[in-house]
Design a protein around this ligand. Structure first.
Ligand code: CP
Ligand code: NVA
Length: 303
């Protein structure tokens, strides 16, 4: 039966750990010029309703490394832009290609795509989740800390798609997750409730200092996500106490690392000093999108 990756909850704990270890292996092999070719003869469609640098290029490059071919459809390229139903698009594309990577707005759109496509569908970001990013971030943490459990991870800022994906990761891997979000900008209440039901140490308070104290990992993201451009001026005011700057980073242990999925707005959610500073892992983090997604493609599409 085909498998999809719409949220991290689609994976078991064992599957996440296996993906991380295969991604580390593929990264080492890539550096030695030894990419396997499990996608030889396979084609993937990328359907992107929102812009992308990392997700698009890391997926397309990764597909090429693994011997496959990709077809990119931007927001005006397919008949989706003229209201052809997602269900029809899914059934047609499944006759042509071996997998779909989709970036869009409402999460229900990727769910519909996955329901009607008989091929694997991978979520390249929705308004609600960004699973490929957080799985790649776990690879970065594994490399630096040697583990992805028994950790405290701080999330500072908006309760957005990234924050939701961090909650799903904490549900599966049981690390401590402290979210500092302003009132009214909390992540998905149902996911927080699920984390609590599963007995996970996931807590939320409007206090960035509380979140970073004792944390090995400090994470942030833009204050206005794609699709929220009109709210940006108001958000700039609300989120100003949530900037990841040197003063805040000093409240965490000296070995703490700083992550940002990028693109970053220097001087807003993060300062130039921290983003370019010695505790920042953002370039390794961006690179790891490539390796993690290659492991995912090999598993879901390479068969
Ligand atoms: N982090 C991330 O998903 O970047 P892009 O929007 O450039 O794909
Ligand atoms: N939360 C951001 C992530 C960008 C990679 C957005 O959705 O725009």
């Amino acid at each position: 039966m085909k498998r999809d990756l719409l949220t991290i909850l689609d994976l078991s704990t064992e599957e996440i750990l296996a993906l991380l270890s295969r991604a580390a292996e593929l990264k080492a092999w890539h550096r030695q010029g030894r990419d396997p070719k499990p996608l030889a003869g396979k084609t993937l469609a990328l359907i992107f309703d929102k812009p992308s640098t990392r997700t698009r290029v890391s997926f397309e490059a990764g597909i090429a490394h693994l011997g496959g071919t990709s077809i990119y459809l931007g927001r005006n390229d397919s008949q989706l832009s003229r209201n052809e139903p997602v269900a029809d698009t899914a059934r047609v594309l499944a006759r042509y290609v071996d997998g779909i990577i989709m970036r869009t707005y409402g999460h229900e759109i990727v769910e519909e795509m996955a329901r009607f496509a008989t091929i694997p569908v991978m979520n390249g970001l929705t308004d609600s989740h960004h699973p490929c990013q957080v799985l790649s971030d776990l690879l970065t943490i594994q490399e630096r800390c040697g583990r992805v459990t028994d950790l405290k991870v701080a999330w500072i800022g908006d309760g957005n798609n990234m924050a939701n994906s961090w909650i799903t990761a904490a549900i599966r891997l049981d690390f401590e997750l402290a979210l500092a979000c302003p009132p009214g900008y909390e992540p998905d209440a149902a996911l927080l409730a699920l984390a609590h039901k599963e007995g996970r140490a996931v807590a939320i308070r409007p206090d960035p200092v509380w979140a970073v104290q004792g944390a090995q990992v400090i994470n942030t993201d833009v204050w206005a996500s794609m699709g929220q451009e009109e709210e940006a001026p108001e958000r700039l005011q609300v989120f100003s106490p949530y900037q990841v700057n040197a003063d805040l980073v000093r409240q965490a242990p000296p070995a703490a690392v700083v992550l940002h999925c990028l693109p970053a707005h220097r001087g807003e959610e993060i300062t130039e000093e921290v983003l370019e500073g010695p505790q920042s892992l953002v370039w390794d983090q961006a690179e790891n999108r490539l390796h993690l997604q290659k492991a995912l493609l090999e598993w879901l599409v390479g068969g």
